[in-house]
Design a protein around this ligand. Structure first.
Ligand SMILES: C[S@@+](CC[C@H](N)C(=O)[O-])C[C@H]1O[C@@H](n2cnc3c(N)ncnc32)[C@H](O)[C@@H]1O
Length: 269
């Protein structure tokens, strides 16, 4: 087993190189993945890996790509998207016609494209959707809007037909759902956040973070939302201290920053 000092040195090297703080991740799983990566690339151990990360930007990118668990698909957890479409979006659109949305930890863009399909199909407008992730390779795919069969298996057939074209074995998103999407690198654990969001999606990302890191992140999401704005989390990511953070939770897995005054989210049940 590598010595604790070796881990400390590797983490410090990565932090210096790209600003990512691996101390804020659950350690058991993370370390298992680092050790697996070392083996697959033929490094002799953590010190050699740290040296390579220091010397070569591409090794650092490769390592982050290995550590990032990019599993995603369009319309992942379909019942939650139905709730978003039938309850949350109408409520948000009662206050603005131009939604500012952020898919935080977007991986290869499946979540952002799903949202764009729903908006284009039912709530057209000049909405903006930003997708951010730490994984450059996943972001490249997100920018292309190109998906394999497994990525789109949950897409309703009429939506697939309307907003995607077949490109060999893959599916290409049409411009009508790509036009409002922007993707860029962003680290949820260290970046300064923009504010004024109507909706933030952060699903299946915080499961990798320590409890302390999660708590800080939820408070920062709260600040990044407009009053009335909603945070949409993953199916295993209930926020147990949501009231302490300031959120109301009118629906499971949707947390609202309260509106001032009387304009609360009344219609949700
Ligand atoms: C399992 S995917 C979730 C994708 C999508 N949100 C979904 O639910 O289908 C987790 C993503 O979180 C990203 N991630 C991990 N740590 C991050 C960080 N500090 N900042 C931003 N993204 C991060 C990973 O690169 C990965 O793409």
């Amino acid at each position: 087993m590598p010595a604790e000092t070796e881990w400390t040195h590797l983490y410090a090297t990565i932090k210096k190189k790209i600003g990512l703080d691996l101390n804020l991740y659950k350690q058991e799983q993370l370390r298992r993945r680092v050790l697996g990566s070392i083996e697959s690339k033929g490094f002799s151990g953590i010190p050699e890996l740290a040296k390579a990360v220091e010397a070569d930007e591409n090794v650092c990118k490769w390592l982050i790509d290995r550590l990032a668990i990019n599993v995603s698909e369009l319309y992942r957890n379909p019942e939650k998207w139905v709730e978003l479409e039938t309850k949350v979006l109408p409520m948000l659109l009662a206050h603005t016609q131009k939604l500012k949305i952020w898919s935080a930890g977007c991986s290869f863009g499946a979540e952002a494209h799903t949202l764009s399909c729903i908006l284009e199909n039912k709530f057209q407008g000049s909405h903006t959707i930003l997708g951010t992730d730490i994984d450059a390779a996943a972001l490249d795919q997100a920018k292309q809007g190109n998906f394999c069969e497994a990525d789109v298996r949950g897409v309703p057939p009429t939506i697939l037909d309307r907003y995607f074209t077949r490109a060999g074995e893959r599916w290409q998103a049409k411009d009508s759902i790509r036009k409002n999407l922007t993707f860029r690198r962003g680290d949820l654990l260290s970046d300064k956040f923009d504010t004024g969001y109507d909706l933030i999606l952060c699903r299946n990302v915080v499961i990798y973070f320590t409890e302390e890191a999660k708590d800080v992140l939820y408070r920062r999401f709260f600040e990044a939302l407009k009053p009335g704005g909603v945070l949409f989390v993953g199916g295993t990511e209930r926020i147990f201290n949501s009231r302490q953070v300031g959120f109301e939770a009118p629906l499971p897995f949707f947390y609202q920053r309260p509106l001032e005054g009387d304009n609360r989210w009344r219609n949700a049940s």
